[in-house]
Design a protein around this ligand. Structure first.
Ligand SMILES: *Cc1c(COP(=O)(O)O)cnc(C)c1O
Length: 356
């Protein structure tokens, strides 16, 4: 079979989806399935939907359109805040969007009116992670403006944590989000459909509490696809961490020194490389490189060490294995590596267990 390829086990993803829906559901929290890590791949989106997810979210309009055109039946949510100029494409391709700028919501309102649709808006609140969000003291004003606009409907508030600043959900920030939701409902006399948090790492908070206060929704991608592995935790027990397998092929296998020899200048990426002296080793080259994958997030399933990569070559120390030309090597991936392999046109995507 062709290499490099990404093998995607749909049965394992289906299992993860059912488990996540069940685990979060037990705390009264519904799931929005985030597809941006797989570019809105309709085959995978279909697995999300078949296993209990009704709202799909992506950061790119192109990915939402891809799923719509493939006939995936779900409510669609745009994660990344829209630009002013794409309001029209947003209301055509998304039913809901996350927003933090009233100027953009005004454009969404106009676009929705001219398309004859009702577009739902979730206002993002800053809770300290410092990516998107309205400062809490400015939220009431933004709500007031949003509810005054036609064509859009305020569907909820949300927040993004553990993403840019690495700030975890905790008693403080979750209480703040909950009380903001309550204040809006009291002041404006309507029920918020969504009090939404993300990303996958929010599970570590959720599992530690009996009830999630006013939080009733979580936007989750990584856990569904990769079992929620992160630096701090091994992942969520009972999930599959290996639904994705990267397969590359040996194109050279030779005994060579472990240190470059000759005068050292810059490498292909403009830095001066440093290497540990491992003596004479079997060096193996695989047919994948930085153009295809974030190689620092690849974990070989056999006992070899990744030494580095150029654009098109992955260099490994074969250690005690007897890797030879033509052999295939399999790797686990973290999110960044999965995302890049999904994005590379040079990596074939192969679905396993498609009939589930
Ligand atoms: C990416 C993203 C998520 C999901 O993150 P995962 O780590 O994949 O679970 C949730 N919310 C927003 C706003 C995002 O951009």
């Amino acid at each position: 079979m062709n290499t490099p390829r990404l093998e995607i086990d749909l049965a394992k993803i289906g299992h993860n989806v059912r488990e996540i829906v069940r685990l979060y559901g037990a705390k009264g929290v519904g799931i929005i399935g985030v597809t941006k890590g797989v570019l809105g791949d309709p085959v995978i989106a279909d697995i999300f939907v078949k296993n209990g997810i009704t709202v799909l979210a992506d950061s790119r309009i192109a990915n939402l359109r891809r799923m719509r055109e493939a006939g995936i039946r779900a409510t669609r949510l745009l994660l990344r805040m829209p630009t002013l100029s794409e309001a029209d494409a947003v209301v055509r391709n998304a039913d809901i969007s996350l927003n933090s700028e009233v100027a953009v919501i005004r454009e969404l309102s106009k676009a929705a009116l001219s398309c004859g649709v009702r577009h739902k808006v979730i206002l993002m609140v800053e809770l300290g992670d410092l990516r998107e969000g309205i400062m809490p003291q400015d939220l009431e004003e933004a709500v007031k403006e949003t509810v005054s606009l036609e064509g859009v409907r305020l569907a909820g508030i949300g927040s993004n944590l553990a993403c840019f600043g690495g700030v975890k959900p905790d008693e403080n920030n979750m209480s703040l989000l909950s009380s903001l939701a309550q204040e809006i409902e009291d002041r404006f006399k309507f029920q918020l459909e969504f009090v939404s948090i993300g990303c996958s790492t929010v599970y570590s908070w959720l599992k530690s509490v009996n009830q999630a206060k006013r939080v009733n929704n979580a936007r989750v991608g990584d856990s569904l696809l990769l079992g929620g592995r992160d630096l701090e935790e091994k992942g969520i027990p009972g999930l599959h961490y290996d639904a994705f397998t990267l397969v590359a092929e040996v194109i050279e296998s030779k005994v060579k020194p472990s240190l470059p020899y000759g005068e050292i200048g810059l490498d292909a990426f403009g830095s001066i490389p440093t290497f540990a002296d491992r003596g004479i080793i079997r060096r193996v080259i695989l047919n994948i490189g930085r153009q295809d994958v974030l190689y620092t997030q690849l974990y070989p399933r056999i006992d070899i060490d990744i030494l580095g990569a150029s654009s098109d070559h992955l260099i490994v120390d074969a250690k005690k294995t007897d890797l030879k030309v033509g052999d295939e090597v399999k790797f686990d991936l973290d999110y960044g590596a999965m995302l890049q392999a999904m994005t590379s046109p040079y990596v074939a995507k192969i679905y396993l267990n498609r009939a589930v």
